[in-house]
Design a protein around this ligand. Sequence first.
Ligand code: PBG
Ligand code: ZN
Length: 328
Amino acid sequence: MDCFPDIRLRRMRQTAAMRRMLAAPFPGPERFMWPVFVVAGNGVCEPIDAMPGQFRYSVDHLLEALKPVVALGIGGVLIFGLAEDDRKDANGSYAFNSKGPVQAAVRAVRKAFPELLVFTDVCLCAYTLHGHCGPLDEQGDVSNDMADALLSKVALSHAEAGAHGVAPSAMMDGQVAAIREALDDEGFSNTILMSYSTKFASAMYGPFREAEKSSPQSGDRKGYQAAYGDLSTALRESDMDEAEGADILMVKPSLFYLDVLSKLRERTDLPIAAYNVSGEYAMLIATADRGWGDLHEMVRESIVALDRAGADIIISYWANQYSQFAEA
Ligand code: PBG
Ligand code: ZN
């Protein structure tokens, strides 16, 4: 008889010791990747308004900021670069400049912290004048195949700088195959390819776009990022990237997409990363600031949700504050 009063589920919840005994462990620091924003120059450590606790760093400050993070045992970083306005052009060519901030940061971080995984975001939107993730054709649409060629150059420049892995986020068709081929042709067959495979056109990227100064100047990204109402196509995006040779798949955002994460978990044996995006980060901070929720508890609950839904890798701005949330 499977029902009350013979079964009383509360029996097992009465002591903290029993609850703890049955709970999956809080994800360890080695499963986290910290997204960081890097600018050119020296001496820059600029707070990002919409993302309290996060900064735009020049390489020297990034190394300082990483010391405690590496000491905590955080698994890796995901590096984003910013370009000054006068560096931006129609093709985003500063993104593959070997002297750019990402390339410089990769070289410096690899040298300073040999045990830390160094991944880079591969996109053009922070480097194009129009703010789209690829170049525009005569009609003003993002040209998919031209974007693939440019993204391949960006990935190659990051691999040459020493990145362990590259993470294309532009949502162009064929970008994974194009980048894999470019890397292999140049002898970078060991560079890991983590695809932003199921990335939705989401309203949760606002704080990031402020941090990166990468908002589209006109239009939006709905023509290339996945539609959140269309689950089957969203999953096919990941299937296709797996077929094109991705080593790691990703669901982004993550907290509004736990169903997608768990469905993808059933479909693939590849590692899956969940990108706990800027809007999800800012949302919890804003709630806590108003006194409407306890930050420590909300962060822990959200991280456990990502683990439970099937994420292997947690890409999160909480990573640099991990020690504050690790303990119950
Ligand atoms: C750019 C990119 C975005 C994010 C990661 N890479 C923004 C976008 O697609 O507009 C969002 C990350 C976040 O919100 O934390 N290709
Ligand atoms: Zn982009």
